[in-house]
Ligand binder design. Sequence first.
Ligand SMILES: Nc1ncnc2c1ncn2[C@@H]1O[C@H](COP(=O)(O)OP(=O)(O)OP(=O)(O)O)[C@@H](O)[C@H]1O
Length: 343
Amino acid sequence: MAELITADMVIHDVVTKHPETVKVFHGHGLPCTACAVGSRESIAGGARTHRLPPEKLDLLLKDLNAAIKGEPVSVAPKKAPVGRGIPLTMASGSGRKIKHVIAVMSGKGGVGKSLVTGLLAVSLRRQGYRVGVLDADITGPSMARMFGLSAKPTMLPDNRIRPVESRGGIKVISMNMFLGEESDPVIWRGPMVAKAIQQFYSDVEWDQLDFLLVDLPPGTSDAPLTVMQAVVPDGVVIVSSPQLLATMVVKKCINMVRHLKGTIIGVVENMAYFETPSGERYEIFGPSQGAELVAITGAPLLAQLPIDPQVAALCDAGRVEEYESSAYQLLAENFLNTLKIKR
Ligand SMILES: Nc1ncnc2c1ncn2[C@@H]1O[C@H](COP(=O)(O)OP(=O)(O)OP(=O)(O)O)[C@@H](O)[C@H]1O
């Protein structure tokens, strides 16, 4: 028997499973599928928000159930607004194949988002999790280089894309993999960038993953907005450095996540100190701002990472997976504890 759509179901789950219902929602005056809130809102909640009387809610449910059976509906199925948060469906997805989509963000450039993304992926993979990395920094991608990947992604039937797998088994997709030369520039306006990110998420055959880590470019404009509204991550990790300026700009990013009703699962303070071989610590970029970040976000400090020339050298050489560090192990442990994940 076909599944029945009921008022308590989450809009995101309904449209993910039945994309044909997007137009029905919209036809009934509920633009929730184009809003980040729709990812957590029930149908009844959406109806309340948009002041739909009970009899109209009943009619909406009747039409939704008719639509999934291919039967006629009572409203003209309007075209839904695109690109403003309709949760994207995964490639060939019957149900959700990725358990956790986590965005790594910072308002400020160069604080080490990519490094944190890469090393968190490595630590999780070492613990046996199935991990993917989506490099959403379309114009300044770094993931292919960090993992030493020069192969091109394979095109599958139906124009889907198979990501490139690292030596350690991490699935990676990055714009550089599609360029003739690594140094070729990507000179695109915002909508093109947004489209590429959407394709990296929905047209890539990620298969079953425990974690898809999304490395975002700095700032609060097109790319982070696309990820927050269209991909709708389950959580966001904020990366900062102790510099006051970085912290100030990072606050903008925290406010953006809040504004879009995202969940900050933790903060990471990178470049927190430098430790000499004899164990002396120097706070090169000033005293830690970790406590302030915790106070602002209400989320735990997942790690304070040292400046380590070795990690920079390994990233440049495409050998990030060879890096060993207790600080990153702790980052992964705290991350998993925060999410309360068991293998
Ligand atoms: N803790 C660290 N120790 C040593 N080098 C680091 C550390 N963190 C980052 N780096 C180096 O600093 C540079 C910038 O780091 P990264 O690319 O990760 O920053 P980002 O925030 O992703 O930058 P962008 O704003 O360009 O996206 C890289 O060369 C990286 O290897």
